[in-house]
Design a protein around this ligand. Structure first.
Ligand SMILES: [Zn+2]
Length: 250
């Protein structure tokens, strides 16, 4: 993907489902504990990824993702040196610390990476349907401004693979929620009497509305439900999670 982040002081990766040790429906690189996979497999998978990225000395901060819009400022957490992993209840993490790696796990929801080049602050965001409804991306961008005095024009973003409108059919109840507000309603794709959602539209709208630079947003249009390389909740129901992991370079 875009090298602008790598060229500066951030290292990041979006994993797929290959290269791990998990079995069956979690095969093989499942990065989430909460699904019933063996804990030691997930721990090993995570360590493999961190090692490959050269950041296995970092404390991995990950989320108990609840489809809300809580954002945790990692720099304000009390982190013991010997901890290898920390779980926090949130749907976005933001940090300027060199000690941590941040992880968001997904299987159809959009993983988002944000980075302020000037202030050297980074964030990972879990933006599924609920997160988009709650405008979590806008909330994180506001926190960049409030807590780190970021200039929105300095922020770069990557939206990783997620379920796209080709596969994201929704029922009337969801259509009703999205039809209610103009910025959300543009996500609705009608095909005869069926409705599909394109969550990239409202996410791009949020990016624009916050005054961020269009050229600074990079989108992976891959549909996780179409592409067997990724875990997909819609396609598989019981499955693992792939991840977006990021850390600052020393
Ligand atoms: Zn698809």
């Amino acid at each position: 993907m875009n090298s602008f982040l790598l060229n500066n002081d951030l290292i990041f990766a979006i994993t797929n489902r290959f290269g791990g040790i998990s079995k069956g429906c979690f095969s093989t690189l499942n990065l989430a504990y909460h699904l019933g996979d063996k804990e030691e497999f997930v721990r090993c998978n995570r360590q493999r990824v961190l090692k490959k990225m050269g950041i296995d000395d970092r404390i991995l901060v990950y989320m108990n993702q609840v489809h809300g819009n809580d954002v945790v400022l990692v720099d304000e957490l009390i982190i013991e040196k010997q901890q290898k992993e920390i779980e926090v209840r949130a749907d976005a993490l933001i940090s300027s610390s060199l000690r941590v790696a941040l992880l968001v796990v997904v299987a159809d929801c959009n993983p988002i990476l944000l980075y302020d080049k000037r202030k050297r602050v980074f964030s990972v965001v879990h933006a599924g349907r609920k997160g988009v409804e709650l405008k979590i991306l806008s909330k994180v961008l506001e926190l960049f401004e409030q807590k780190f005095k970021s200039n929105i024009q300095d922020i770069y973003g990557i939206i990783g693979p997620g379920i796209r409108s080709c596969c994201y059919e929704v029922k009337q109840d969801v259509v009703d929620i999205f039809a209610y507000e103009q910025s959300l309603s543009q996500a609705i794709v009608k095909d005869n009497n069926r409705y599909f959602l394109d969550l990239l539209k409202p996410l791009c709208q949020e990016w624009h509305n916050k005054g961020a630079n269009k050229e600074h947003l990079c989108i992976d249009f891959t549909c996780t439900a179409c592409c067997a390389e990724y875990f997909s909740f819609r396609r598989e129901k019981v499955c693992g999670r792939f991840g977006l992991i990021a850390a600052r370079k020393h």
